[in-house]
Design a protein around this ligand. Structure first.
Ligand code: GAP
Length: 484
């Protein structure tokens, strides 16, 4: 058997559309860029990932609780968090095509081209210049100087006709209430879910009997007006985050940061992601976000290169202190045992649900040649698979259909299953392979005699003969014991 792994994002985009994982938003109107809808298979996959995260973060920890905060928040939240002032991307416009680009990303692409041509010295020199932007004339001016001196052309029009580099705030702004439309009514769509946790820190502390160290977890939508948004669900303008803020005593933060980094890498592997496709990339000190004392990305080797799927941050007491300052409400913790009072430090784990879904799809994708026949198969962990079992009558005969429906109904309470009688058995297997369905159950005439069915396994395509009343147990066992 020959196996080919994923070599381009386009293959996932195309499979996602043809099999109903992910569609472009508002497609019948030409689509809305960087916004996507999840189809019938996609929503199951996404919910399964969500469920795994929620269980790993809340159910197995007696000191982590959940919240579900609103998307709209008081505008002062974003002043306190630093987003109004500092949540910017440096952007530059091509005057000819009117297209907008992230200045740093244009330079990154230029460096990659130089490296691919074999001029590593020049590439290293430019990378150093890029890494030290902001230390000469200022961030925007330094980026502009590099673009001009390197004569970097617009990727779409090929023109060399740039505006200045300007900072562009990534938050979506709208007006709250129906009466007036002035600056007093401005409200933002949240750019991260984390602030919904910070502003509820005291509520949780006062009502949940938690003691430090403790965590608050949340899953929800976030919105960013990304300048570069052309990488499918990797970079969207509306996306979903799964975040957990872990409140700790100052001084224990470094050890907790290391612990959470390890715990979170282990979670990705437990999802079935191959270890060689995961790595940790610590942020250099001079590139840390305004709130962070230490930070690392957990990166996945997407077909577009190594990219962040999750961020682990030591946010210190930055957020709670700022909310104390802006709200006038104290965010301290009183340690009764040791009779001391302090503002906790926060270790944050922040993973994108859409990027995780994309990672699972990419890691699972295989093209295989088996005895002259080819198939595309998604070998994902069965616990994530949108459909756990396909159930087929061998042919459309009432007695086979009846037993197949009976099996379907007996499994439906415990597993997401799908009945299919359309086309040849081979075609039905291929359809389920592309959907990542780990088990296919076929009812044939022999089974009517001895009450057995054939179970065919997605990964090695082997088949077993199993008693009808054992089918659920075989699926359950497969969900527990699967290995990448
Ligand atoms: N609260 C910290 C925070 O928001 P971040 O690194 O900006 O940190 C965390 O975002 C995660 O959210 C990222 O690792 C990524 O998975 C996801 N994410 C961020 N921007 C995204 C976008 N435009 N589209 C899809 N996912 C995104």
């Amino acid at each position: 058997m020959s196996v080919t792994h994923l070599d381009s994002l386009e293959k996932i985009v195309s499979l996602s559309k043809s099999r109903g994982f992910i569609f472009q938003s508002s497609e019948i109107y030409g689509g809305l860029s960087a916004v996507y809808d999840y189809g019938p298979l996609g929503v199951e996959l996404k919910r399964n990932i969500q469920g795994e995260w929620w269980k790993a973060m809340t159910q197995v920890h007696d000191n982590i609780v959940g919240v579900d905060a609103a998307i709209f928040m008081h505008p002062k939240v974003w002043e306190a968090s630093g987003h109004v002032e500092g949540f910017n991307d440096p952007m530059i416009d091509d005057k000819q095509s009117k297209k907008r680009y992230r200045a740093d990303m244009l330079i990154e692409q230029h460096i990659l081209k130089i490296r691919n041509k074999g001029d590593d010295n020049k590439a290293d020199e430019l990378q150093h210049l890029l890494n030290t932007t902001g230390t000469r004339k200022g961030l925007c001016e330094d980026l502009y100087d590099i673009i001009i001196s390197e004569e970097i052309k617009s990727p779409d029009s090929g023109a060399f006709d740039w505006t200045e580099v300007r900072q562009f705030n990534l938050m979506f702004k709208t007006h709250y209430g129906a009466v007036t439309k002035d600056e007093d009514d401005v409200i933002y769509l949240r750019p991260e879910t984390a602030q919904g946790i910070f502003v509820n820190y005291k509520n949780v502390l006062d009502t949940s009997r938690v003691q430090i160290p403790f965590g608050i977890a949340q899953i929800g939508k976030a919105f960013r007006n990304e300048v570069v948004a052309r990488q499918f669900v990797f970079r969207m303008r509306e996306f979903e985050q799964m975040e957990m803020q872990y409140f700790v005593e100052p001084g224990t933060d470094e050890a907790e940061y290391e612990k959470w980094l390890e715990t979170r890498i282990a979670w990705h592997k437990k999802l079935g992601i191959r270890g060689e496709n995961l790595r940790v990339s610590p942020h250099p000190e001079d590139k840390l976000a305004h709130y962070a004392r230490a930070a690392a990305d957990i990166q996945y080797k997407y077909p577009i290169g190594w990219q962040e799927v999750e961020g682990i941050h030591n946010r210190t007491d930055f957020d709670l202190s700022r909310h104390t300052e802006y709200s006038g409400k104290k965010m301290e913790y009183f340690d009764q045992k040791n009779q001391k009072r302090y503002t906790p430090y926060v270790i944050e784990t922040s993973v994108g649900l859409d990027r995780t879904t994309l990672m699972v799809l990419c890691d699972a994708y295989r093209e295989e040649e088996v005895e002259g026949e080819s198939r595309t198969v998604l070998k994902m962990h069965p616990k994530l698979a949108p459909t756990k079992a396909g159930i087929f009558p061998l042919i459309k005969k009432p007695e086979l259909q009846e037993l197949a429906r009976k099996i379907e109904n007996s499994l439906r309470e415990d597993f997401k299953v799908m009945y299919d009688e359309a086309g040849s058995i081979g075609k039905r297997y291929r359809r389920q392979d592309e959907a990542g369905t780990p088990f296919c159950i076929t009812v044939d005439f022999e089974g009517l005699e001895d009450n057995t069915v054939t179970i065919r396994y997605r990964d090695d395509m082997k088949q077993d003969r199993v008693a009808v009343d054992q089918v659920a147990a075989v699926i359950q066992e497969g969900l527990k014991t699967w290995q990448a």
